[in-house]
Write a protein that binds this ligand. Structure first.
Ligand SMILES: Nc1nc2c(ncn2[C@@H]2O[C@H](COP(=O)(O)OP(=O)(O)OP(=O)(O)O)[C@@H](O)[C@H]2O)c(=O)[nH]1
Length: 309
């Protein structure tokens, strides 16, 4: 393969919460890098995975779910999405096959239509959940959405995929690749993710802390890893990592929810998070969690910056 034929570039997957972005990222990359869950809005940070193919390299930027801004945080998230999209070579717009195209999808489609000359590929996800006839209907509905918002040209491409069942995953990679600029490899082989460990650790703690109480604490929880240090005096074959994490909520009542009766819930959160962090890092850790009240942090730009948004 001559360098002239190799393509490489950045792809961002967008779509409303639960559209299957993280699962598709994982299927494309072939390793768990993003965090999936049955609940919406777990992807808060930009998580990149890298797909190395024979004739192309795709760098996936998994952006937060676009949604209508409600609080400043929502606005920030949308700004973040817009900034990220300005940098990428193509956008994959994920729409689940098993849910009707709705106002949320239309809102995102309209935002995407404003990105001039950026190829937007409509990816119809979760095709394993519907039959052929329903899939055909959905492909037509998605195509129509494209021409509604972007005129006659519509989407750059439409691809159906089931990331869970592993159907058409390579086709998605191929379609994205065809929209990448001619370029040599941008990241050396073997580098699967450049997400800093601390961000992934914070994400795992956040996920554990929200389990079962997400309705009560929608956007009110921010997680910051204060320190990650190897414990001194441990032997090389039995290392231990000390991880100190602060969880910020808005109100004392929310602090009580996280901590639970007699601290029982926080202990469970710690156990769950510790297991997944140990699996991620491949080393034993001591996890120290502190819950703090940061009043109305969602509406305070200074706090947002401090908390890494
Ligand atoms: N049956 C089936 N389920 C899927 C497929 N892809 C994703 N799911 C499920 O759909 C749910 C949401 O998937 P995610 O990948 O977390 O969705 P997301 O778009 O990243 O969600 P947010 O992080 O909330 O924006 C999870 O329960 C997945 O297991 C698929 O191809 N088939």
């Amino acid at each position: 393969m001559s360098d002239a034929e190799h393509r490489a570039g950045f792809v961002s997957l967008v779509g409303r919460p639960n559209a299957g972005k993280s699962t598709l990222t994982n299927a494309l990359v072939g390793q768990k890098v993003a965090i999936t869950s049955a609940k919406p809005q777990t992807t808060r940070h930009t998580i990149r995975g890298i797909v190395n193919r024979e004739d192309s390299q795709l760098i996936l930027v998994d952006t937060p779910g676009l949604h209508r801004p409600r609080t400043l945080l929502g606005q920030r998230l949308n700004d973040l999405v817009a900034d990220t999209l300005a940098e990428v070579d193509a956008v994959g717009f994920c729409l689940p096959a098993n849910e009707k195209v709705g106002p949320g999808d239309r809102f995102i489609a309209e935002q995407l239509a404003r990105l001039h000359r950026k190829p937007v590929i409509a990816v119809v996800t979760k095709t394993d959940l519907v039959d052929r006839a329903a899939l055909t209907q959905q492909l037509l509905a998605v195509q129509k959405l494209g021409t509604d918002v972007a005129g006659a040209d519509g989407w750059a491409d439409i691809v159906p995929v089931s990331a869970s069942a592993g159907i058409q995953v390579d086709t998605v990679a191929e379609v994205f690749s065809s929209h990448m600029p001619v370029s040599p490899v941008l990241y050396p082989d073997g580098e699967l993710t450049d997400e800093p460990e601390a961000v992934m650790v914070a994400e795992l703690v956040r996920e554990a802390a929200l389990e079962g109480v997400r309705d009560e604490l929608p956007h009110s929880l921010a997680v910051v890893v204060e320190e990650m240090n190897p414990r001194e005096g441990r032997s090389e074959d039995d290392p231990l990592l000390d991880v100190h994490v602060n969880l910020y909520v808005e109100r004392p009542s929310q602090k009580a929810i996280i901590i639970g009766k007699g601290g029982a819930r926080l202990r469970d959160v710690g156990t769950t998070a510790r297991r997944s962090i140990e699996a991620l890092l491949g080393t034993r850790i001591y996890l120290d969690l502190h819950v703090k009240v940061a009043k109305d942090w969602q509406r305070d730009p200074k706090q947002l910056v401090k908390l890494g948004f």
